[in-house]
Design a protein. Structure first.
Length: 224
């Protein structure tokens, strides 16, 4: 088992007051290595909150999160930062590429904190991925010179540069047209299968959700 969420509770506002809103209420989830999981549900149901908790960008009020059998809930802030950099990759609806950097520089950016210098192996891995997703010819271009689909593919490669065990995607096709959304869906499915990466995606797109191994619906604070 790669990931286990146990009795996760999370809300916003001051508990015990009228301002408090329960979002997750005793939620459980287990994800095996290599699985592709989709989480769907209405807007405001807590999908992004759930993804942020899995990605250790936020902490649950109650419950525990286990990764490879280790309880990561109590890690320090620096410990969580190291954990994210080593084991997780993130893809968001907006690509968040740095405009002053080239495509290849954006891809390699997450590799810098590991040692301050990009290794030959990391450069070769980056080149392999950039070629694989079909944006090699654009490698010296900056984001303003790229299409929306090319920017999102760059973001996918950036998320994979440190060879994460778990890839988290928050509405990855939401800002793309239908053609580019289909292409990105195919890319995520193929990369997950070929590179052995576990994938959890939050999405409104049924075409993406249907390509996953499992689809959960988040409603009333629980997954079904």
């Amino acid at each position: 088992m790669l990931l286990k969420l146990q009795n996760i509770t999370k809300g916003y506002g001051e508990p015990g007051t009228h301002s408090y809103r329960q979002v997750l209420d005793g939620l459980d989830l287990e994800v095996k290595r290599g699985e592709k999981i989709a989480v769907t549900g209405p807007s405001g149901s807590g999908k992004t909150t759930l993804l942020n908790l899995i990605g250790t960008l936020d902490r649950p009020e109650q419950g525990n999160i286990f990764f490879e059998g280790k309880d990561i809930t109590g890690y320090t802030k620096s410990g969580l930062a190291n954990f994210r950099n080593k084991y997780l990759g993130f893809i968001f609806q907006l690509h968040y590429l740095l405009p002053q950097l080239t495509l290849m520089e954006n891809v390699l950016l997450p590799a810098l904190p590991a040692g301050g210098k990009i290794s030959v192996e990391q450069k070769e891995w980056a080149e392999y991925l950039v070629r694989k997703v079909g944006i090699w010819e654009q490698r010296e271009q900056k984001p303003s010179q790229l299409s929306g689909g090319e920017c999102q593919r760059t973001a996918v490669v950036r998320a994979l540069i440190n060879k994460p065990k778990l890839l988290l995607a928050d509405e990855p096709t939401g800002a793309l047209d239908e053609e580019n959304a289909q292409a990105l869906t195919e890319l995520l499915v193929n990369l997950s299968r070929e590179e052995g990466v576990t994938l959890i995606t939050v999405t409104h797109a049924l075409s993406l959700a249907e390509r996953m191994d499992k689809r959960y619906v988040l409603k009333n604070g629980l997954l079904a």
